[in-house]
Design a protein around this ligand. Structure first.
Ligand code: AMP
Ligand code: MN
Ligand code: MN
Length: 325
């Protein structure tokens, strides 16, 4: 068992960023606008400070995030000639295993963990974890203020994307007055809210809508209507001409049904079962996911299940029941 490191102060992390010559920004598997937007924002700012920056992401950049600046440089390769004191910056993940198995081994000494998840494992030498922030992008803003980085249009676009992703377009309960004030400021600087809305929320592929139809057909209700779950599998994707990226938003539709307090979407895709959980705020789905090796936030969490889909239904129901569903 490795020892949990303490939290790092804003000043300490800022000083470390200035001290290091080179960086690899690391985002999590099945990337979203927060992990990628936060890493791109910090990477772009570091380049402006004269640093060498690479972006590592195991999965390709999702179609709906390709509008973000610098995404053309995101790869699953790590250059062979990086200096030994290169700092690997993990954005938006409660553990480094969320970066995927393609990331080569990194010494803890060279890990910076920037995050806002509950129960972050403090896996880095430096851990800048603010779990009251709405997104990892707004955690990065603390570093920008400390380093007196001038926020331009590109940085504003990345940060507003992290906010809109993790607040569900300003709908979730993490949308505080401060979040709205910061968002207004980012829009004034030139972040295009219209474009972000269009790319991330409005511009739905027809295949995704067909897939949603199949998921809705397969909905099951339990716990006197307080629980709704459904699934996606490979045949369903093939039938609707959809792919894994088209499943991202689907669980929110299940959660949005009248009377539903908790929703689960089971994604049995390419030999893996990933489960997305959402809560209306009464049941802690982060705690439920954690008992099955996953994590996340009070109202939004996820896990990977090892076993059959039928076993996954039973295990997740039991984990949610234990949390008071
Ligand atoms: P998702 O349902 O994939 O949108 O994920 C919802 C939240 O749960 C996000 O904050 C994720 O970071 C977190 N999460 C999803 N899958 C996992 C996992 N396997 N382990 C830990 N956290 C996860
Ligand atoms: Mn994320
Ligand atoms: Mn996030």
């Amino acid at each position: 068992m490795t020892q949990t490191m303490a939290s790092s102060s804003t000043q300490e992390v800022a000083a470390e960023l200035l001290r290091r010559p080179a960086f690899v920004m690391v985002s999590h598997v099945k990337p979203d606008g927060d992990t990628l937007g936060a890493g791109l924002a910090l990477g772009i700012a570091l380049k402006r400070l004269g640093k060498r920056v690479h972006y590592f992401q195991q999965d390709p950049v999702p179609r709906n995030l390709r509008f973000l600046p610098d995404t053309e440089f995101v790869t699953r390769d790590i250059p062979g000639d990086l200096p030994p004191d290169t700092l690997y910056v993990f954005c938006d993940m409660s553990d480094f295993s969320r970066a995927g198995e393609f990331l080569p081994k990194v010494e803890r000494e060279n890990m910076l963990d920037i995050d806002h998840h509950l129960g972050n494992s403090h896996f880095g030498k430096f851990n800048f974890v603010l779990d009251t922030e709405c997104s990892t992008g707004t955690v990065v803003m603390h570093l920008f203020r400390e380093l007196k980085i001038e926020i331009d249009r590109d940085l504003a676009t990345c940060i507003l994307t992290t906010i809109m992703t993790d607040t569900g377009g300003f709908m979730h309960s993490n949308t505080t007055p401060a979040v709205l004030e910061l968002s207004a400021e980012l829009m004034r600087i030139g972040a295009d809210k219209e474009q972000i809305t269009e790319e991330i929320f409005a511009n739905r592929r027809v295949a995704a809508t067909r897939l949603l139809g199949s998921v809705i057909d397969a909905m099951v209700f339990g716990h006197e209507g307080r629980y709704c779950y459904s699934y996606v599998d490979d045949p369903m994707l093939a039938r609707t001409d959809a792919d894994g990226e088209d499943t991202e938003d689907v669980v929110n539709t299940l959660r949005g049904q009248e009377g539903v307090e908790v929703a689960a979407l089971f994604k049995a895709i390419e030999g893996e079962i990933r489960v997305s959980l959402r809560s209306n705020g009464r049941v802690n789905v982060q705690a439920a996911a954690a008992t099955l090796g996953g994590g996340g936030h009070f109202r939004a969490s996820g896990l990977t299940f090892h076993g059959t889909l039928a076993d996954a239904f039973v295990a997740v129901d039991a984990a949610l029941t234990a949390q008071g569903l």
